[in-house]
Design a protein around this ligand. Structure first.
Ligand code: NAD
Length: 355
């Protein structure tokens, strides 16, 4: 069993902990939090050992009656791998501790790419992370783009990607984020930093991105244009290529899903933990071709698409399973895959209901 410690138990950390707990080859050695709150209570109720970041934090936990197992160093010592899901920049500081205990660590997309040896997406470059000491699981947006770039590059070749990222203002639990009534170019200077981040996974990819931030907490939406090297026979060829990918969910027209609210509703109806949508949700009707230019629109659930990637990265750094075995096991345990993502009727989304 791979013992996995999780540092930072917020949006990403709590989801990674629950996903790790579902794996037959992993166990959660504990979670470290900075301060006592409802999430700390939830961690204990979920059966995870709670570790404090420092002595002051430990005192604060004890003061409200929450049992603390130890400090951050004790968690690292009790773990074979640490998943650092702390706010951007904290992971780079924590790296010194992981080095001291010679413990492999995963960092998240908010960290600078230089924090790790490899920027990781399971579909694109699993092998590069095998036996690496430090791996950065790329951001939600970069994960979403990497999952479509990999199959398109392999099948048709890519001349250039252009993507407009309509980004959520904040996560549902982030009370201080915005905007609440605006559409904000973010950043104003073009192209945005997202393209270079995708190049940490695909160094040779031509890609330009534009970012806008809007008043929603639900999901990001990407409008993507990929100029392909080889012309597919039809848009159906692109659709069929996407349909082969477990972490791409094709949303058929008949499902009547006209926005991210209904995608989240579907996930909740399907009984998914926290209403998570781990896959890229691609509107099938949006997949179009104009010469070598392919267009499509996809929704990315920022809170959860990196979760299966973290699980696979744990297996990569421990050299425990190969790429396809790990992804298949992660998909099976989480319930990822079109046939399991059913609507109210229990009808898998990739099939037209029979007449
Ligand atoms: P979050 O603020 O929801 O959670 C961070 C957690 O870390 C909190 O529980 C906080 O109390 C804890 N913490 C703060 N300082 C700490 C320390 N010194 N030691 C241990 N714990 C500490 O943040 P998040 O949204 O989960 O983001 C975590 C990382 O994941 C960031 O790098 C972020 O960029 C990245 N990421 C976030 C999203 C998203 O949409 N939320 C998506 C993909 C990647």
């Amino acid at each position: 069993m791979i013992r996995v410690g999780i540092t930072g138990y917020g949006t990403i950390g709590k989801r990674v902990a629950d996903a790790v707990a579902l794996q037959p080859d992993m166990t959660v050695s504990g979670v470290a939090k900075a301060s006592p709150d409802y999430a700390a209570v939830g961690a204990l109720e979920a059966g995870y050992s709670l570790y404090a970041v420092d002595e002051a934090g430990a005192e604060a936990f004890r003061a409200v009656g929450l049992e603390v197992t130890g400090d951050l160093a004790a968690l690292v010592e009790a773990s074979d791998v640490v998943v650092d899901a702390t706010p951007a920049g904290v992971g780079a500081e924590n790296r010194r501790l992981y080095e001291r205990y010679d413990t492999p660590a995963l960092f998240q997309g908010g960290e600078d790419a230089s924090v790790a040896d490899v920027s990781f997406n399971a579909r694109a470059n699993y092998e590069e992370a095998v036996d690496a000491e430090y791996v950065r699981v790329v951001s939600c947006n970069t994960t979403g783009l990497s999952r479509v770039v990999a199959p398109l590059e392999e099948t048709f070749g890519i001349e250039k990607v252009r993507a407009t990222l309509v980004r959520r203002g904040g996560d549902p639990s982030q009370t201080t984020r915005g905007p609440i009534n605006d559409i904000v170019p973010s950043p104003v200077s073009l192209p945005s930093h997202h393209g270079p981040d995708v190049r940490t996974v695909f160094p040779d990819l031509e890609i330009d991105t534009v970012g806008l931030t809007v008043p929603t907490t639900l999901m990001h939406v990407h409008a993507v244009n990929v100029t392909l090297e080889d012309v597919p026979d039809s848009s159906a060829a692109v659709r069929d290529r996407f349909a082969d990918e477990d972490r791409l969910l094709l949303v058929p027209e008949y499902a009547g899903i006209d926005g991210t609210g209904q995608l989240k509703d579907l996930a909740l109806d399907a009984g998914r933990s926290r209403g998570d949508v781990w896959e890229n949700a691609i509107w099938e009707a949006s997949i179009s071709l104009s010469g070598r230019d392919c267009y499509f629109i996809q929704a990315i659930h920022q809170e959860s698409d990196v979760v299966p990637e973290n699980v696979d990265a744990i297996r990569a750094v421990t050299g425990h399973l190969g790429s396809s075995e790990s992804q298949a096991l992660t998909n099976e345990t989480l319930g990822i895959g079109v046939s399991q993502f059913s609507g109210r009727s229990g009808q898998p989304l990739d099939r037209q209901p029979a007449d």
